[in-house]
Design a protein around this ligand. Structure first.
Ligand SMILES: Nc1ncnc2c1ncn2[C@@H]1O[C@H](COP(=O)(O)OP(=O)(O)OP(=O)(O)O)[C@@H](O)[C@H]1O
Ligand SMILES: [Mg+2]
Length: 184
């Protein structure tokens, strides 16, 4: 049976066959990231430093790379199906763009939630959604739902998403972030 694949927005904006100038791949375990939160920061800082040394990228860009990687790794760890599957983090440097691709495994319910949020973000006014979400926050303390809205609003970034059903209640989610490193 052919896998059911659904893509949104700028998925494969840069095709895989285009050779990057630098390439870094990491495989992480959700359980490690959840039990030792500091590791998310370490992974983010390490990847940012790795590419900063590649070109004379300034501190602002370094912080941008670190912030985006931090948010995507945190999400992949938080929403991964418990103890099921790994997180693949694949980073490519293309002189004007850093492509951050991250993959994790989720359940039916988590996939449906994520698809709904993606559709909402793609069809709505990000600035408006951001302030609406901010206003709705004070009463609830758990996950804030600000991560993507903040990245879309404050960074020269484009996202692509892919959902692939693997088997019953098991889906592979891939997020691609294309961070422009010339506009900053
Ligand atoms: N890698 C992922 N796998 C599955 N679902 C995801 C993933 N990333 C995001 N989501 C879904 O999209 C929603 C929005 O993500 P976002 O990062 O904006 O907010 P959050 O992580 O819930 O809160 P915050 O980032 O403010 O701590 C999440 O609540 C979750 O439902
Ligand atoms: Mg988040």
């Amino acid at each position: 049976m052919a896998a059911e694949i659904i893509q949104y927005s700028d998925f494969k904006l840069i095709p895989d066959i285009l050779p990057p100038e630098s390439h870094l791949f990491m495989r992480l375990q959700p359980i490690d990231m959840m039990s030792q939160w500091k590791r998310i920061g370490r992974v983010s800082d390490f990847t940012a430093d790795f590419f900063v040394n590649n070109a004379s990228l300034n501190d602002y860009i370094r912080n941008s790379v670190s912030t985006v990687v931090n948010e995507l790794v945190e999400n992949a760890a938080k929403f991964a199906k418990p103890r099921n599957g790994l997180i693949d983090l694949d980073l490519k440097y293309y002189s004007t763009i850093i492509k951050i691709e991250i993959r994790n495994i989720v359940s039916d319910r988590i996939r449906a939630n994520f698809e709904e949020i993606i559709k909402k973000n793609l069809s709505g006014d990000i600035e408006k959604l951001y302030y609406e979400q901010l206003e709705s926050l004070s009463d609830e303390g758990d996950t804030s739902g600000m991560g993507y809205l903040l990245l879309y609003k404050d960074y020269p970034i484009r996202f692509g998403y892919q959902f692939k059903k693997l088997d019953s209640d098991r889906h592979e989610v891939t997020v691609e972030a294309y961070l422009n490193i010339t506009e900053q």
